[in-house]
Design a protein around this ligand. Structure first.
Ligand code: FMN
Length: 333
């Protein structure tokens, strides 16, 4: 039976999608089934960061990550997901993807392993060990991004140091913007325990300059600590810089992060330069490596607590009959 046709099976999909990473843990997604035949992934405009994400780029990347989890959940239910990205932008701009399924037999072990990592993955803002990531593991992560149509560029020592300087400059510029600070505060001090970033996930303050983690403030009485001396940075890139590319970036991000989890590798992010770029409505100059969508720090970190999530039932948009069935697949994976 289609995983969209039974309440229990659909709850499993909602739970998987809801575990995805999202900018400031806004969880800006909704899901609904239409006639039990297909599912729709919608953006939740109430959870859009209007100041720091004016183009809705980070919103799309977050929803793309949720879509990847949804694909894994569908595939591990013995079905093949067929995906239409942005199937009806004129009539329903919130609609980011339509998902139809067909029976397909058991998922391969690699897919099941990635699915099992969904609940284990966390953003880790603690110091990582000095241990270097082996070359074959880095190659696996690059391949994970490539499978989703994105690039993952591993930065060497000098490029990483340069990028960290750039992150620090962007951080300072953002700190001078009152609207940005207010938006950040709204999602870092929220106390209802189901969204945003409570202090227990924000990691310690950093004693190094420039810092390889983003400082979200309040460190639960911990003094600043030293981080790894040679952070391994990587950038996730896409060929274009529009909504479809951002949805692809999100799916690639999540495939990379789950593959990293499988290898025991943690990740955190340093997207301040990208926020600043988006707020200034700048686009990257054309570059052979594409447009930057995420700045990622990778390494071996300690266990960290899980960030909160909204209950699965709350992610469900009203069930309804779409005005139009999705047209033939434009993008099908
Ligand atoms: C588009 C996007 C941008 C993000 N930017 C940052 C960032 O700049 N710094 C950071 O520490 N975490 C960043 N994150 C991670 C989120 O804060 C994190 O996913 C969220 O708080 C949920 O926690 P979890 O990943 O542990 O489940 C970003 C995540 C996404 C999807």
């Amino acid at each position: 039976m289609s995983p969209f046709a039974s309440e229990l099976a659909f709850q499993r999909l909602l739970t998987a999608a809801g575990q995805a990473p999202s900018v400031l843990n806004t969880q800006p997604w909704r899901l609904k089934t239409v006639r039990g035949e297909f599912a729709e992934l919608l953006a939740d405009p109430d959870r859009w960061l209007r100041v720091s994400d004016p183009r809705r780029r980070s919103l799309h990347v977050s929803c793309g990550a949720a879509l990847f989890n949804l694909r894994l959940a569908v595939r591990t239910s013995g079905h093949r997901p067929l995906i239409w990205l942005l199937p009806n932008t004129e009539e329903e701009p919130r609609l980011l993807a339509a998902v139809r399924v067909s029976p397909y037999g058991p998922a391969p072990s690699g897919t099941r392993e990635l699915y099992e990592c969904i609940g284990l993955r966390r953003t880790n803002r603690e110091p990582f060990s000095e241990r270097r990531i082996p070359g074959d593991v880095l190659a696996d992560l690059r391949q994970a991004a490539a499978r989703e149509g994105a690039g993952l560029v591993m930065l060497g020592r000098h490029a990483s140091a340069d990028l960290l300087e750039y992150v620090a400059i962007a951080d300072e510029a953002l700190a001078g913007n009152g609207d940005y600070r207010a938006e950040l505060r709204a999602w870092t001090t929220s106390g209802n325990g189901r969204e945003g970033m409570p202090s227990y996930v924000r990691g310690p303050g950093c004693a190094d300059d420039p810092a390889p983690v983003r400082d979200f403030g309040t460190h639960r009485g911990r003094g600043p600590v030293h981080f790894e001396s040679r952070p391994q940075l990587a950038v996730l890139t896409t060929a274009g810089d529009g909504p479809v590319d951002w949805l692809r970036a999100g799916q690639a991000l999540q495939r990379v992060l789950l593959t990293a989890t499988l290898h025991g590798i943690s990740a955190s992010f340093l997207n301040q330069p990208l926020d600043l770029r988006d707020m200034r409505r700048h686009s990257d100059p054309r570059h052979r490596r594409g447009h930057l969508q995420m700045i990622i720090r990778l390494g071996y970190g300690p266990a960290v607590p899980r960030a909160p999530r909204r209950p699965a039932a709350e992610l469900e948009a009203e069930t309804g009959v779409s005005r139009r069935r999705p047209a033939e697949p434009r993008s099908c994976r």
